[in-house]
Design a protein around this ligand. Structure first.
Ligand SMILES: [Zn+2]
Length: 268
């Protein structure tokens, strides 16, 4: 008999993770946070150090409280086109952004998004040298696909937010047995300009209400997926070791189980 292979699950055996990613740190982020918090949804907010405290943007002083339940993430100091400036200038722009936000948040800041969605091999290498572990592009694939390990420094999302996003969520998750990551990005000023607040609220309500959804920041998804990929399985998939610091979940033969940090199954 061939034993069934374990399949991927999110924390608590959930089938889907959902993440929202917002660029540029504009004041309308405050309304996004309000809506996310109402439904238990998590946001990742990509901030430019060079424009904080200027007209129309959020202030340094409010960041720790405003984003307490969310993730503060990098978006460079000056928002250049990364491939149009020398690699050293891009590297400095990222490093200064990282130092600044880490001082404000009093914690390491490990993820980013690409200004203008613009990158190449050299600008990716600069991010890596700065200690950035994942960086969102502006490319969408319209699916629930989880980025491969090689993609994390330029990962695509499910979609850019629009009034059709809730419909996409329903169609992607309608088929039984599906799992994956529903990731959405936009700018809060776009929601304001197009008056899409009701559509955003309805989507957050639907996601927050769904027992199969794990609302997570980008870095939480990155850390969880990385921990899952580091599980060490025996060839026949009946023995496993979790070397990470996170409880990792899998489904085997119709049953979900979590494996605590550092533990093996069967236990030793
Ligand atoms: Zn931007």
């Amino acid at each position: 008999m061939i034993p069934s292979s374990p399949s991927f699950r999110w924390p608590d055996g959930k089938r889907f993770a959902c993440s929202f990613s917002w660029d540029d740190g504009r004041v309308a982020d405050r309304r996004v946070v309000e809506i996310h918090d109402r439904y238990g949804i998590k946001g990742t907010f990509h901030l430019n150090s060079g424009s904080l405290d200027t007209e129309g943007t959020v202030t340094r002083a409010e960041l720790p409280e405003l984003f307490a339940a969310h993730e503060v993430s990098l978006h460079s100091v000056h928002h250049p086109f990364p491939t149009r400036i020398p690699a050293s200038a891009w590297l400095r722009d990222v490093l200064e952004n990282k130092e600044d936000l880490e001082a404000v948040m009093n914690a390491p800041v490990r993820s980013a998004s690409w200004p203008f969605g613009d990158f190449d091999g050299e600008s990716i290498q600069a991010l890596r040298l700065c200690g950035v572990e994942c960086c969102r592009s502006t490319v969408s694939h319209g699916t629930l696909r989880i980025p491969s390990e090689e993609e994390w420094l330029r990962f695509p999302t499910t979609c850019h937010f629009s009034t059709k996003t809730a419909e996409l969520w329903r169609s992607l998750t309608a088929k039984p047995g599906r799992t994956g990551w529903f990731s959405v990005w936009s700018h809060s000023f776009e929601i304001e300009d197009r008056n899409e607040w009701d559509a955003l609220e309805a989507l957050c309500a639907a996601l927050g209400d769904d027992g199969e959804v794990w609302p997570a920041t980008v870095i939480e998804v990155f850390d969880y997926v990385t921990a899952w990929r580091r599980l060490r399985w025996s060839v026949d998939h009946t023995r496993v070791w979790n070397p990470s610091a996170l409880t990792v979940w899998a489904e085997v033969g119709g049953t979900c189980a979590g494996l605590a940090p550092g533990l093996s199954f069967p236990s030793r």
